[in-house]
Design a protein around this ligand. Structure first.
Ligand code: PMP
Length: 308
């Protein structure tokens, strides 16, 4: 298989991978305001089809993010959905895949501080990305010594590339210290999220997750998991969460497009529950994988089918 897809999508058209270049001097400032999305497509259970998970919601958030950084894109959500399908078809993708659209400043960087002269450019790429759901994947986390960015600093509500420096510092620290990932606290000292995923805990059969004012991205997977938990009859509470609540939780997991559902079995060397993936986490990941594969008609409206 080719190490890269045949096509990218750029500014309204499919372009050959080799032809999708920019000038070297465009490096640096063009990325400061850039916003992106992370989207996943999953092969259907029979391996023939491909479903994109909550594609319109991701494209709506991309539009919101680009408006926030004053790089609004003119494409409607429907158009962006159509472009994504075109790209997946052009690359003949039938395997689990990550889709990455980026909106960046394509104008004259000498005018980078003038919001009226910004010109939005956009591209989209795909790359294979196998699911880790139902493979027994678990992680050990530490509370980061880095503080999560906040709404009046660099709004975590939008997917601005620059925001990810904050999480990168935290993850580097965690990995160098022998953990798998970081969890971040807000400037108020409350649990916020992981660098690229939202955090959920189960205590006494209730799902508790930091509220949207806790310095988190308004995550699409978080919303899906909340819906599933409620549909399973669980109570769901969105509120501020203390760090020590995590240590005492029955289960902790991350949720997000890349993280899918990732069981956290240890935080700061405290075993969570039994120290293994919890029952509810397992139930939710099984349910989610069935939905992604197109096997659960109840949530079929979360899927965009690429080939029919
Ligand atoms: N928080 C951050 C900082 C993220 O980057 C992501 C991944 N997009 C998430 C949460 C999860 O969001 P979503 O479920 O919409 O992918």
């Amino acid at each position: 298989m080719a190490a890269h897809p045949d096509y990218l999508w750029r500014n309204g058209e499919l372009v050959k991978w080799e032809d999708a270049t920019i000038h070297l001097t465009d490096l640096a400032w063009g990325a400061v305001g850039a916003v992106f999305e992370g989207i996943r497509a999953y092969s259907t259970a029979d391996g023939q089809g491909l479903n994109v998970f909550r594609l319109p919601e991701h494209m709506q958030r991309l539009r919101d993010s680009s408006r926030m950084v004053r790089l609004p894109i003119s494409y409607s959500v429907d158009e962006l959905v159509g472009f994504t399908i075109d790209l997946l078809r052009a690359n003949d993708i039938h395997q689990d895949t990550y889709i990455f659209p980026l909106v960046h400043s394509g104008g004259d960087m000498a005018k980078r501080n003038d919001p009226t002269s910004l010109v939005a450019a956009m591209y989209m790429r795909t790359n294979p990305s196998a699911t880790h759901l139902c493979t027994g994947f678990t992680q050990r986390a530490r509370i980061s010594s880095w503080t999560r960015i906040s709404d009046n600093v660099m709004p975590p509500r939008i997917k601005n590339i620059s925001n990810y420096r904050n999480g990168q510092l935290a993850n580097y620290e965690a990995k160098l210290d022998g953990y798998d990932c970081a969890l971040m606290l807000s400037p108020q000292g409350k649990v916020s999220e992981a660098p690229g995923a939202c955090l959920m805990m189960i205590r006494n059969n209730t799902l508790i997750t930091p509220d949207v004012s806790s310095g988190i991205l308004e995550s699409i997977t978080r919303n899906a998991v909340i819906t599933l938990a409620r549909d399973l009859g669980m109570d769901v509470v969105e509120r501020t969460v203390d760090r020590t609540e995590l240590y005492l939780a029955d289960e902790v997991f991350l949720s997000g497009t890349a993280a899918e559902i990732t069981s956290i079995v240890e935080v700061d060397h405290y075993a969570i529950g039994t120290g293994q993936m919890g029952e509810i986490t397992r139930k939710l990941e099984t349910m989610l994988l069935g939905i992604f594969r197109g096997e659960n008609p109840t949530y079929a409206n979360w899927l965009t089918s690429v080939y029919n």
